[in-house]
Design a protein. Structure first.
Length: 91
């Protein structure tokens, strides 16, 4: 019997692509979620910066986007870390 090798390729240009699993918001302690969002906003501040928004405003915006399912929390199996990514780009 002939063996066929199968190769699965990922889009390397997509900086948000992660090999992982969605983490439902109701499974994350609210305090932990808040800390994750604070870290995300701090890390992404230059991309999210807006002269009219405070740090707290950005946190609330991210929390609302999570509630609206526009972004999601993903546990990356490769790095064993959680990250917040756009919902449409989750693998």
């Amino acid at each position: 019997m002939e063996q066929i090798e199968v190769t699965i390729e990922r889009d390397q240009q997509n900086e948000y692509a992660e090999e992982g699993v969605d983490v439902p918001l109701d499974r994350i302690n609210p305090e932990t979620l808040r800390k994750m969002v604070e870290e995300f906003v701090t890390r992404e501040w230059s991309a999210l910066s807006d002269a009219d928004c405070t740090f707290e405003d950005k946190i609330e915006q991210v929390l609302q986007q999570l509630k609206d399912n526009r972004i999601k929390v993903v546990f990356d199996l490769t790095s064993e870390t959680c990250n917040i990514v756009p919902a449409k780009n989750i693998i």
